[in-house]
Write a protein that binds this ligand. Sequence first.
Ligand SMILES: Cc1cc2nc3c(=O)[nH]c(=O)nc-3n(C[C@H](O)[C@H](O)[C@H](O)COP(=O)(O)OP(=O)(O)OC[C@H]3O[C@@H](n4cnc5c(N)ncnc54)[C@H](O)[C@@H]3O)c2cc1C
Length: 490
Amino acid sequence: MTQVGVIGAGIAGMAVAARLQARGISTQVFEAHGKIGGCAGYFRRQGFSFDVGATTLVDFEPGGVGDELLTAIGMTPPPGEALPGYMAWLPDRTVTLHRDPARWSAERLARLGDSEGHRRFWALIDRLASAFWVASRKGIRLPIQSVHDVLHNLGALGLAQLPLARYLTWTMGDALRHFGLRECQPLCALLSMLIEDTVHGTLDRAPLINAALGITIRGAGLTRAAGGMRGFWEAFAAHYRGLGGDIRVNHRVTRISGRKGAFVIHTTRGDFQADQVVCTLPVELTQAIAPDAVGRALRRKAERDASARGGALITFLGVPEEEVSGQAFTHHQLLQSYDQPLGNGNNMFISVSAAGDTVSAPEGCRAVMISTHCALEDWEGLDDQQYAMQQRAAGERLTGFARRVYPRLGEQAVVCETGTPRTYARFAGRPRGAVGGVRQTLWNSNQFAIPHDIGVPGFILAGDSTFPGLGTVAGVLGSRIAADKILAGI
Ligand SMILES: Cc1cc2nc3c(=O)[nH]c(=O)nc-3n(C[C@H](O)[C@H](O)[C@H](O)COP(=O)(O)OP(=O)(O)OC[C@H]3O[C@@H](n4cnc5c(N)ncnc54)[C@H](O)[C@@H]3O)c2cc1C
């Protein structure tokens, strides 16, 4: 019998499985789709390979959260491009989000304001980010569930940083008001864009510490693997299999029954037994397929989080190289209007495959992914014709906005497709097509997040419904906590 059955082969599931397998625990991963990767996966079209969601890995550089994973499983980092930064295009200015801390410090003051308030604000953000990136890299565990967790977190954060705990009750908006900056339009706009992308929240609701981590991911390091997510997953799957791990794609899990030591994982291709289970699906799916005790344990938090969901649109373009020439950076984030709400192209991310990356695009071409947030309701209740029209219009809108950066983008596109919430529902099994975990607030994150251990013996959760939330770095940190829980209990 397999010791641990892992449900879902996204970043969270694959990371937990590899960690356990590397520690000598036999694992089997069950994935509904034909490929692994989930929202950080890829698909192939006419010689191109497109990333379906995540295009960059966060904090996979030496010493980072991702590097800790690779070290724990004995894997050599796959080749890739450490992005030097990217360009944010606000309606009236550009801001270069340099990875280099000194250049970023100078740029933000020069482009977003250089008052005493600005300097003190950035000093606080830097201090919080530095302390909590260190704590993340040391595996901080939330929500705290035991005295052991308290001691572990004190070690991860360090006693000297304890005074920072007072900011646990602040939002980013509180910090901006404290320094008299809440009305500073370009600063607030850029922060809003970065916070929506990383903690799926807004200035006035996003927890300050989470937001400080989110807006400093460039400093932590963004990497684009050679071959994009396809390059990453091919290397990761080969390593996991080399450790003896077993990936079962096209195995949708329909039900999990039994108890610790005798779970049965029912799939569309037969039943499998496991001593313990790690479920990395969105919480609504977990509730639907897990034993009743899991559903009961999750009910209140799942109900609380049901309305804090959002979706994404993403346009995939395979284009001749000359359509994306003339820019120093391959990644850009754009805001069209200060006055309109974010989403539907007003805050969108452009990611272009690297020159010479012939896994992502045929010789002389590049793969381009343009993504933005959207409301789920806008994509519900449409008939096929309405859907097709809305999908085409969304693709045209995103491509049109992206021409601010690449004026000829899409003129000679070899591939042009747009993913919507329906796409994420179909290919990644996301309920209603929601992606990115909850929109984080003080009351649904950190100590109030869905824990990995919900008190059902042998049944552990991971993935972007649980602490710390969305993103590859979050999935990897959560996988460490989940694997530790299994290791402690086995
Ligand atoms: C447009 C977009 C852009 C993004 N950009 C970035 C970025 O640049 N950097 C970054 O770090 N993050 C980014 N993210 C976020 C990141 O992709 C996600 O937070 C992360 O991939 C979620 O991983 P997960 O393992 O928690 O969930 P998932 O990726 O959803 O994995 C769950 C897996 O479970 C499978 N599954 C579902 N139901 C079943 C079932 N019944 N049986 C078996 N398997 C099942 C699914 O097919 C899926 O593979 C982006 C997300 C989106 C949508």
